[in-house]
Ligand binder design. Structure first.
Ligand code: FES
Ligand code: FES
Length: 203
């Protein structure tokens, strides 16, 4: 195991996360639902139950302690500060939070971080190599396959999961792979064109 790639995090809790942002609360900045609920939870005197996990994220092994109730999405965004994975609905409906777990696309809002112990997670931050974008990212740019971009990381991760196992998917394969990703801006035509261009090129 490459020790250079092991990072230890000292049980960063959303409490610590909030402490760092405490001034922000006083000034009325709106925080994610989970962060607000943490304040309520701790003010009731509840004991946080935590577990140690080892989790690979974008090729780095993290040896960390997380709250049992934290989702993978919270681990990525609040603990590791990888905010490329988006929280849309937070209830398995929109696909904005899609990441790859051991190569398969999952909604990270709907799986507990503790259940990812020992797993390999890929997020949008891990796609470019040596400063070069991944072919799926390039295709999205070439085909203007986004407007606000909020759904884009999830769409890209779903397609990355597909192309990793099938370099030349059919249109139907692409539709199935993207069926869990909603785009409120409605740029589905451009997203499909980007995906089909990749399929033709066999990248
Ligand atoms: S945020 Fe996970 S499916 Fe919408
Ligand atoms: S580009 Fe805005 S939600 Fe898809």
């Amino acid at each position: 195991m490459d020790k250079e790639k092991i990072k230890k995090t000292k049980g960063i809790s959303r409490r610590n996360f909030l402490k760092g942002l405490g001034a922000g609360i006083a000034t009325g900045i709106v925080y994610p639902k989970g962060a607000e609920s943490q304040v309520i939870y701790e003010s009731l005197g509840e004991t946080q139950k935590r577990a140690k996990i080892n989790i690979w994220v974008n090729g780095i092994l993290y040896d960390m302690e997380v709250e049992n109730r934290a989702t993978l999405l919270e681990l990525l965004r609040d603990y590791l500060e990888l905010a490329g994975t988006k929280m849309g609905c937070n209830s398995s409906e929109c696909g904005a939070c899609t990441v790859l777990i051991d190569g398969k696309a999952f909604y990270s809002c709907s799986i507990l971080a503790v259940d990812c112990d020992g797993k390999k997670i890929e997020t949008i931050e891990g796609l470019s190599k040596n400063g070069e974008l991944h072919p799926v990212q390039k295709a999205f740019i070439e085909h203007n396959a986004f407007q606000c971009g909020f759904c884009t990381p999830g769409e890209i991760m779903s397609l990355k999961g597909l192309y990793d196992v099938n370099p030349a998917p059919s249109k139907e394969d692409i539709i199935i792979a993207l069926s869990g990703n909603l785009c409120r801006c409605g740029v589905y035509k451009d997203i499909m064109e980007a995906a089909i261009s990749l399929s033709r090129s066999g990248k």
